[in-house]
Design a binder for this molecule. Structure first.
Ligand code: CMC
Length: 434
């Protein structure tokens, strides 16, 4: 482990016996107490449901300061990357640790662009899905199925194969996502076009039809590119931890990313933008907001303000600020500037940010609060929102997966438990049970 200062330790006293636990420091962020020898020394486990106080790994990729509302990819603030760079530059940075030189960028862009096509048999694989299948169900299955099509990049012990699999995932995921969308609306698949950038190509694969020319709107392409940058990585969140755990057993990268997509699907994670938009539609008008806020504050209602709150951010999510600005740009460009949902969102945000309930609990808008409205204005149906998140997050998942495989301290992820079930008892034959 780098950057650890073994000069400090914590003392734990159990039943009068004290053990010294080493404390490690990172480059920034909280120090960690190393409990890896705790069981051997004391016969005890630690208990931390939801891993709220547990650092599961060492990582050099992404840093979040939740109290200050800071997000850094490889040390670079998200605001600077979103304003000045493009998504593929962010991908390079996340994978390689440094921003690319012009030659490296050109080479990387070209490699990704030239791997966007899928094995043609994948198109037939799609035919097995019901035509009304949710695109996330299609994504989980089809990304997992990539392992059946690209055998030559599933040996996780070969660094070359790991890199090929990484490039394939980043290149092919937009093609799969667009196919999932086209399939759900009964339109023919649109093949990638190599003279377009990543986001423009994706828009075209989603919205073009073979019978007419399609012009990519540069404002929407830039906005989508920015959305991809904002969602590219977020350290050890639920889906990334899922990818790492799946990968820790030696599973191939396509299977691991499929596991990450499954986890992302949940409404507390990637499904929140879909849920936030549904919530805005349910509120319906600005005058209904106080009634809705009262429901959220009612302990018995189970209603949450979707797109608000975050496990790590106890301040404004920096991605939400950028997302709000992008929402305005997209709605203006598409002529949806007067969308009542945008008005409801802005008013809801204003009211929530001045309400004691939300202030006390440090609940601020997260990235999903404005992303649903933006994606809707671009023409995406709600069922595609989490799919777009998965497209962007693939680079984060693959980067974290590679970091794990290359970490000499890597072990299979195998948490323990506090068992509260029955103690040992004897089997009773079925005829003797009452
Ligand atoms: N609306 C109303 N109350 C909330 C909300 C919310 N959105 N989020 C948390 N609270 C309350 C919660 O009821 C609890 O109150 P009390 O202390 O009185 O019991 C307190 O705040 C702490 O909540 P928690 O559930 O212990 O916090 P958590 O860290 O486990 O949950 C969260 C984080 C993101 C799951 C949660 O804030 C939430 O459900 N938000 C809505 C869903 C959402 O927007 N998710 C997207 C997250 S960002 C994108 C991503 O990472 O995928």
């Amino acid at each position: 482990m780098d950057n650890k200062a073994n000069t400090k330790s914590a003392t734990l006293t159990v039943d009068g016996k004290s053990v010294e636990l080493p404390v490690h420091a990172g480059t920034i962020g909280p120090e960690v107490v190393d409990i890896s020898k705790l069981y051997a020394q004391t016969g005890m486990f630690t208990y931390d449901p939801g891993f709220t106080s547990t650092a599961s790994c060492e990582s050099k990729i992404t840093y979040i300061d939740g109290d200050k509302g800071v997000l850094l990819y490889r040390g670079y603030p998200i605001e600077q990357l979103a304003e000045n760079g493009d998504f593929l530059e962010t991908c390079y940075l996340l994978l390689h640790g440094e921003l690319p030189t012009p030659a490296q960028k050109k080479d990387f862009d070209s490699r990704i662009t030239h791997h966007t096509m899928l094995h043609e048999q994948m198109a037939r694989f799609f035919q097995a899905f019901r035509r009304d299948a949710h695109p996330m169900a299609v994504m989980v299955a089809s990304v997992g199925a990539l392992a059946a099509f690209y055998h030559d990049s599933t040996d996780i012990n070969d660094p070359q194969q790991r890199m090929i699999a990484s490039m394939r995932m980043i290149a092919k995921i937009p093609t799969l996502a667009a196919m999932a969308y086209k399939y759900s609306i009964g339109q023919p698949f649109v093949y990638p076009k190599n003279d377009l950038d990543y986001a423009s190509n994706f828009l075209r694969m989603c919205f073009a039809v073979p019978c007419e020319e399609y012009q990519v709107n540069p404002v929407l392409a830039r906005a989508l590119d920015k959305i991809f940058i904002l969602h590219a990585d977020h350290e050890q969140n639920a889906s990334t931890s899922t990818v790492r755990i799946a990968g820790s057993s030696g599973a191939n990268p396509f299977a691991c990313i499929a596991a990450g997509i499954a986890c992302l699907w949940g409404p507390a994670h990637g499904g929140a933008n879909e849920a936030a938009l549904a919530m805005l539609a349910e509120i319906g008008s600005v005058d209904k907001i106080p009634e809705f806020i009262a429901k959220v504050k009612d302990k018995n209602s189970q209603v949450r303000l979707m797109g608000f709150g975050h496990r790590v951010y106890k301040n404004y999510d920096p991605r939400a600020k950028l997302m709000q600005q992008t929402a305005h740009e997209v709605l203006k460009e598409t002529g949806h500037g007067d969308d009542p949902l945008l008005h409801i969102a802005m008013e809801l945000e204003k009211i929530a940010l001045s309400d004691e309930y939300f202030i006390e609990r440090k609940l601020y808008p997260n990235v999903d609060f404005y992303s649903g409205i933006t994606l809707k204005a671009m023409g995406f149906p709600t069922s595609m929102f989490t799919v777009l998140f998965a497209v962007a997050r693939t680079v984060g998942w693959i980067g974290q997966w590679r970091e794990m495989i290359e970490d000499p301290a890597q072990k299979i992820g195998r948490p323990r438990q506090l068992y509260t079930g029955a103690t040992e008892r004897s089997y009773i034959g079925i005829g003797n049970r009452k």
